[in-house]
Design a protein around this ligand. Structure first.
Ligand code: DAT
Ligand code: MG
Length: 150
């Protein structure tokens, strides 16, 4: 349980549906620290890099088309176990398995329109942060850290 960083992204459908504030609020209220944020409309080529591990899957072309169809909100959140806890907050990939109370479980029905992305391991988080934020993230001291972590 160490301090780590996760790449969290609000997908084009999440932006269009007005869920940006809702999703950011959940991570803020949980106690995670926002260390990078931008809105960006990326190219299919860029999304192919982001989802390189899924190349060859039957849904890959549709996924790249959907993800490059509009702007996303790309973020980095920091805190203890940010990667695992971020995944729990997002909810399961398959809508039938995403529990109410999770972002996907509360707002999504279709696996191909599931609103948000979160890194699945510390290793992929590092890769994704480098890919989406080549300019780097922000370093600052949290004044509430001692109230969030023992
Ligand atoms: P996750 O986003 O939960 O990490 P993933 O990395 O396996 O899931 O897949 C990336 C995205 O691809 C996922 O958020 C939605 C889409 N996707 C995954 N499986 C799919 C499927 N069977 N049909 C359509 N889209 C799918
Ligand atoms: Mg994934």
């Amino acid at each position: 349980s160490k301090q780590e960083r996760s790449f969290i992204m609000i997908k084009p459908d999440g932006v269009q549906r007005g869920l940006v504030g809702e999703i950011i609020a959940r991570f803020e209220k949980r106690g995670f620290k926002l260390v990078a944020l931008k809105m960006i409309h990326e190219s299919p080529e860029f999304l192919e890099k982001h989802y390189a591990d899924l190349k060859g899957k039957p849904f890959f072309p549709g996924l790249v088309k959907y993800m490059s169809a509009g702007p996303v909100v790309a973020m980095v959140w920091e805190g203890r176990d940010a990667v695992k806890t971020g995944r729990v907050m997002l909810g399961a990939t398959k809508p039938l398995e995403s529990a109410p109370g999770t972002i996907r479980g509360d707002y999504a029905i279709d696996v191909g329109r599931n609103i948000c992305h979160g890194s699945d391991s510390v290793e992929s988080a590092e890769k994704e942060i480098k890919l989406w934020f080549p300019e780097g993230i922000i370093q600052y001291t949290s004044v509430v850290e001692s109230q969030v972590f023992e």
